[in-house]
Design a protein around this ligand. Sequence first.
Ligand code: ASP
Length: 411
Amino acid sequence: MNKRKISLPMQILIALILGVAVGLLCFFTGTADFTTNYLKPFGTIFVNLLKFIVVPVVLLSMIDGIISMDDMKKVGSVGVKTVAYFLVTTAIACVIGLVFANIFNSAGLFPTLSLEEGAVWEKATSANFMDTLVGIFPSNMWDAFVKANMLQVIVIALFFGGAILAAGEKGRLCRDIVSSFNEVISRLMEFIISLSPIGVFTMMAWVVATQGAEILGHLALVLLCAYLGYIVHAVLVYSLSAQVFAGMNPIRFFKGAAAAMIFAFTSTSSAATLPVSKECAAELGADDDISAFVLPLGSTINMDGTAIYQCVATVFLATCAGVHLTMGQMVTIVVTATLASIGTAGVSGAGMIMLAMVLTAMGIDVNLIMIIYGVDRLFDMGRTCLNVTGDISCALCVSKWEQDKAKKNAK
Ligand code: ASP
């Protein structure tokens, strides 16, 4: 028998459609309790797995990232320019995401849901920026892990990563252990992501059955909000940087990057798109050695689309739970979403796991992810497309800067 395996995206799509169908059926027949009692628990297991994996993923991927900065010193000015470009564009992405999320929110397009009995939403504790600043320095490392205090976990990762680098040769064992654990945790994350269809089906059915068909309209709106953010970021930031820094017509840039953008949109993985991105960057005139450094690094740490998604999703979910975010909290979102996007692996669905980190950092209940989880793939397609475009645009700009520098030095 020739058994054909259905691909994961297809499984997720089928799960999404089935989930909505079952949800609507239960909603209209007044049997929403069935989904709460028998389907939601599987969704809860899935969210528990996400919560369980998020601390080790953040800790290890961040330390591993810092260790790899060691190589960056070797590439000197290219490394500094690349990381500066990544950080600035990601911070801009967060601001764009928050602006759109707030416009939609003020226009009353994001709902405050009547969350049913049995749901475990907690109100976010409002903290101002100074409290957040003091709170990110842990007095007890284990306490930070146990409570999944993500900002503290990031600080711990930064300290350990820096210390491993400072220890030099004597720190090698620690470095190898981190890299090895990081590899193992990445495999575990892949496994959890492969369970997505079960999560999508059960959560979609429960959300639709308890919130009614109306929730589908709200999900469409939050998707629209994220996509507007993606488009504006691409048009504003990448067109401008192509024109101003790389001296290239934006239309030519997007035409040249189109193959990678389409591949990223369908594969939802920056890492898998890497070979296509390399071709596009070469075709657009980026230096091969610069692309060889910028693109792999970008596919692991440069995620502008993911940053926009995390900002939009955080505001949306806070509103769903009836939480009003203050200006100080918005600043915290920019900082955490920038860091979270850096910590996001370039694989399908990873940004949603890191969304759990942003929510935890903001004191918002991670279980709220269930509301949007069912349509995460649709967010992921757009955000990966943007992530990859950002990497190519960086390769072009840095190439141009280095070419200009070489010309100046030659004079
Ligand atoms: N899928 C995205 C990427 O590979 C990461 C994410 O889930 O946000 O770039």
